[in-house]
Design a protein around this ligand. Structure first.
Ligand code: FMN
Length: 213
């Protein structure tokens, strides 16, 4: 890649991540189309995950009546209905993709069969406690969620991540299986205009620690 194209790639990516906002101003008269939704979810699936387990699921709610119900589940957050699409990002609390994924490591020639088995066993053992399962679900699915936010923003859309909702009610509402938990709900849709100024961020000097805290 030439230096100039590398620079424009860098500029574009940095601009997207620095200008991303959790918008609340949606154009209630327009919804994203399915093609765009699928492209955004494809971007989410490219997020990193532990051992490439991809322990996530995305439930898109787009039906108007169901969006109104979701507003109730999310403490009356009307922007969910105005956005037109809400994506519930869920994470697996068990390593249910492990068999398939470690076969893929082996098939791709990245590790031999014995190493693949050892990796699978180690991964499965890592999920033994309920706490570990939840931690893995939240860590991996959160990275996928950030990809949704950046992808939506890069496509000129508005997206807001939310955890201000009743997790149990949301799980029941979208019929999540027992081995998945809701991690974050994201409202996505065309922008309805400007957002208020970003709130202040803690300085790098305050949050960056070298070597030890
Ligand atoms: C874990 C998490 C939970 C959030 N929950 C909500 C929410 O329930 N409703 C909402 O409107 N925004 C929610 N937000 C958005 C934050 O308010 C927003 O990210 C923060 O104010 C910083 O603004 P910015 O994203 O525009 O930079 C949440 C963000 C995160 C990361």
């Amino acid at each position: 890649m030439s230096e100039a194209s590398q620079q424009s790639r860098t500029d574009a990516a940095i601009e997207v991540l620095r200008s991303r906002r959790s918008g609340h101003n949606f154009d209630a008269s327009e919804d994203i189309d399915e093609e765009t939704l699928e492209a955004i979810v494809e971007d989410a699936t490219l997020a990193p995950s532990s051992f490439n387990l991809q322990p996530w699921e995305f439930v898109a709610v787009r039906n108007d009546d169901r969006l109104d119900e979701l507003v109730e589940i999310a403490n009356g957050q009307e922007h969910i209905a105005e956005a037109g699409t809400a994506i519930l990002v869920a994470g697996h609390t068990t390593p249910k993709t492990a068999d398939r994924v470690f076969d893929e490591w082996v098939e791709a020639g990245r590790v031999d069969a014995e190493t693949g088995d050892a990796m699978r066993e180690q991964t499965v053992a890592g999920y033994e406690s309920d706490r570990a399962g939840r931690d893995y679900a939240i860590r991996n699915a959160s990275l996928a969620a950030e990809n949704i936010l950046l992808s939506a923003h890069a496509r000129g859309l508005t997206a807001t991540p939310m955890t201000g909702f009743d997790f149990e009610a949301a799980a029941e509402f979208v019929d999540l299986p027992d081995d998945a938990i809701p991690v974050v709900l994201i409202a996505v849709g065309p922008s309805g205009g400007d957002e208020p100024e970003r709130l202040p961020r803690r300085d790098v000097e305050e949050v960056l620690h070298y070597e030890t805290f």
